[in-house]
Each structure stands twice: as structure tokens, then as C-alpha cells.
Design a protein around this ligand. Structure first.
Ligand SMILES: [Zn+2]
Length: 434
């Protein structure tokens, strides 16, 4: 027996009626997008050709100002939020609140202005490879996504449909390397998430147009430091000298691996290690040490990262790791410290429902079904700070391609028109689905 509630049926019927009644409108939207496609592509190339490596504050702001102008022209209220409090360029926030439909769902669109390519990188400009592919720094990650959301809103505006929507666009200036403290650098995102009912992210995700992200693992850095008694190596394992800092470190890392490596969707990685008699912890990626072969190690440090599928999994894992750390070998000590991290975007029924609506849009436009990405293949992103505050969230609606974060970053431009169309129709359907 299949149990279907009457409210579920009502929602389905309403949705179906609305969809059918509005097909001509959706066709007009698609036509309008196709008309402005060349203009959208020009804007994409213009923004790709401006270096906006995270540390190039002027470049990030310059790209932000281009988008600000575009959103101003659509009647959005725009604001450049200076990032000096968290040592980054800043963020652009653009808000459109409907006078006629104040109760329409509040939808947040997430993008970022920065790229991983520094000002002195050799990869600086867009190159047309053929009529379907353009190479360029940050073209898929994610100036393409930024232009896709704008182009969708422009088409909705042209068709007179924007006026019934409540939209907030947040384009951050520090997605690739977050400003600290996160409480300040992510404040604009979190506030917009609290305002919104639905969040859409326009990252390129895994580069596959047939998938979108409904869950991302959280990510947090950790540092493990051990200490022991410095003594001549001939006395190691004796009661007075004990095991030394390096054996204590080895014990802990091995226990981490044995006790935690089988946990589904959990991964943790010790990335850097140093130990000996003296140790200098220079920065997040540098450790230097000095020691002698015949001296029991006094200090050791490991820096690592950890990814978890849910807040609960992260809490449980931290507790297990601390418990392992506390079982010291004789005459040693150890401390484990976790950094501020990226929260997980948990798989929720709401996210899967939003993906279904998006997938249906794709099918109705004559494209493919869209399925969820394996969370293990989705890195942390800005939407993670928003997901827990909204009813529904998906990411990966941006420009597809290959080679993100490398000099081989190439956009598949067939996904450009498709994803503008899908976004415009999705926004339209979400705005009328009450
Ligand atoms: Zn990105």
C-alpha cells in the first residue's frame, strides 16, 4: 500500500497546474536568455581578465564593482562590505525585495569574486579554444557561476518576473582563502542565510552538469603536539626517561588510523610532521625541527585536516581523538587543538526536494536529470555556512568545466546557456510555488 497524504497531493497538483500554465512564460524566458547570451559571455570574459586572486584586494573589489553596477541596473539595493576587519578585500551583497509579493520565498544566491590565481601568476586571461571551450583563471570557479546567476535574473527582469521575487545575492571576496576570524568573514553569508528560505550556490562543484551538491562535508584543521624527556637515547624506555615525544606521536597517529579510518564519510589526514629536540612552528604550512639520532625526542608536532559529514559526526570524532590523545605513554604528554572550521552542509530532505525541483526544470527544458554528488567528492564551500539556516539548499549550479585551481581550467560553454536557463526557470517556479 502506498500512503500519500492529501496535502502532498495538493502540492503536486498545484505545482503541476502552475508548471503547465506557465510554459509559454518559461519559453519566453529561455528565448530572452538566448538573445542576451553573447552579452553574458562578454561579461564573463571581462571579469575573468581582471585578476582577483584572494590577496589582490583591489582586483577582487574591481570585479565586485562590475557586478554591483549590473545589480544596480536591475533595481537591487547593493552594498560593498569592506573586509579589512578580517584581512580580505570584502563582499558584495545585492538585495531585491518584492513590493507586490512580500511573502514569496526568500532566495539567496551564493557566488565568490576571488580566485586562487595570484596577481603574479602566469595564468591571467581568457582564451577561446574553440566554439565550445574557453580557458581562463577562475572561469568555472567561479566567475562563470557569478555571471550565470546574474544572466538568469536579467532575463527574469526583462520578462517582468523579478518584481514578484525576494532575492539576495552574496558574492564573497574570500572563498578560496577565508579571512579570519570566520565569525567576521562569514557574517554576511550567515546573516543572508538567516534571512533566506532557500539557498542556491553557483560553484562548479564536480564539473558534471548532471549532478548538483546536496551535502558537503565540514572541514576543520587540527594540531597535535607531543612532549617527552630529552635524554641520551641509551636510556629510552626506562622508567625515568620514558618513550619520548616521537613514539608518543606515533602511538596517537596509529590509534587514530586504527580506530577512525573505517568511519563512513569521515576522513582525516596528518599533512605535516616535525619532531626532535627543538621545533619551530612558523605558520599553517611550515614546521622546522632540529634533533640528534642519539637524543630522545623532546617535542613533536603534526598538523592535519579532518572532514566530517555532520556536526554530530564531528563532535563524536573530536571526542574519540581526545580520548586517544589522553592515554599517554610513560613520561610523555600530548595536546590536540582544533581550529575554527567549515561546518558541514548536511544531507536533508529539503535539499533533496530542491534538487528534485531543479532536476524537473532540467528535464522540462529538454536536458538531463540532475542527481546528487557524493559528499566525499564535494569540498567545503561558502554554502556550508548558510545551509543550516535555510529550509532547502543546493550548490553546483554554475559553469561546468575541468581543471579548476590549475592552469588548465577550461569552461564547457555548452553548460553556460543551459545553466542560465535552468536557474531562471527554477527561480521562477520557486517564486510562484506557495
Ligand atoms: Zn569556488
Amino acid at each position: 500500500m502506498i500512503k500519500i497524504t492529501s496535502s502532498f497531493l495538493l502540492v503536486c497538483c498545484l505545482f503541476f497546474t502552475l508548471v503547465m500554465a506557465n510554459v509559454p512564460l518559461e519559453k519566453q524566458l529561455v528565448a530572452s536568455i538566448n538573445q542576451q547570451l553573447e552579452q553574458s559571455q562578454r561579461l564573463l570574459i571581462e571579469t575573468v581578465n581582471i585578476n582577483s586572486g584572494t590577496q589582490n584586494f583591489a582586483g577582487v573589489k574591481q570585479v565586485g564593482m562590475i557586478f554591483k553596477q549590473q545589480y544596480d541596473a536591475l533595481g537591487f539595493t547593493t552594498q560593498w562590505l569592506d573586509g579589512s576587519a578580517f584581512a580580505r578585500s570584502g563582499h558584495l551583497v545585492a538585495t531585491y525585495e518584492s513590493n507586490s509579493s512580500p511573502s514569496a520565498p526568500k532566495i539567496m544566491l551564493i557566488g565568490h569574486l576571488d580566485t586562487v590565481f595570484a596577481k603574479d601568476d602566469s595564468f591571467q586571461v581568457a582564451t577561446l579554444l574553440d566554439n565550445k571551450r574557453i580557458a581562463g583563471p577562475g572561469i568555472t570557479d567561479m566567475k562563470g557561476g557569478d555571471v550565470i546567476m546574474l544572466a538568469a535574473l536579467q532575463a527574469l527582469h526583462k520578462q517582468g518576473l523579478l518584481s514578484q521575487m525576494n532575492i539576495k545575492v552574496v558574492l564573497t571576496g574570500d572563498e578560496e582563502s577565508s579571512g579570519r576570524p570566520l565569525a567576521l568573514s562569514k557574517q554576511a553569508l550567515i546573516e543572508a542565510g538567516k534571512w533566506a528560505d532557500i539557498a542556491l550556490g553557483f560553484e562548479d562543484a564536480d564539473g558534471d552538469i548532471n549532478t548538483a551538491v546536496t551535502a558537503r562535508r565540514g572541514s576543520v584543521g587540527w594540531t597535535l603536539s607531543t612532549t617527552g624527556n630529552a635524554a641520551h637515547s641509551s636510556q629510552i624506555f626506562t622508567e625515568a626517561v620514558g618513550y619520548g615525544a616521537i613514539f608518543e606521536m606515533a602511538r596517537i597517529l596509529n590509534d587514530f588510523r586504527e580506530q577512525l579510518s573505517d568511519t563512513p564519510l569521515l576522513s582525516f589526514n596528518p599533512g605535516i610532521i616535525a619532531g626532535g629536540t627543538r621545533l619551530t612552528d612558523t605558520d599553517a604550512s611550515t614546521l622546522e625541527s632540529f634533533g640528534k639520532r642519539n637524543v630522545v625526542a623532546q617535542v613533536a608536532t603534526v598538523k592535519g585536516g579532518l572532514r566530517a559529514a555532520s556536526g554530530q559526526q564531528l563532535l563524536e570524532t573530536k571526542a574519540k581523538m581526545h580520548k586517544i590523545v589522553e592515554q599517554h605513554l610513560a613520561q610523555t604528554d600530548a595536546t590536540l587543538v582544533f581550529d575554527e572550521g567549515y561546518p558541514p552542509m548536511q544531507q536533508t530532505p529539503g535539499n533533496l526536494e530542491l534538487l528534485n525541483i531543479y532536476s524537473q526544470v532540467s528535464l522540462d527544458l529538454g536536458y538531463n536529470k540532475v542527481s546528487p554528488v557524493n559528499p566525499r567528492n564535494a569540498g567545503a564551500a561558502d554554502i556550508s555556512f548558510v545551509a543550516e539556516h535555510v529550509d532547502m539548499a543546493i550548490d553546483g549550479l554554475g559553469l561546468m568545466g575541468t581543471g579548476g585551481h590549475t592552469k588548465d581550467e577550461v569552461a564547457d560553454m555548452t553548460s553556460f546557456a543551459q545553466n542560465i536557463q535552468k536557474t531562471a526557470v527554477l527561480l521562477y517556479r520557486l517564486s510562484v510555488q506557495q
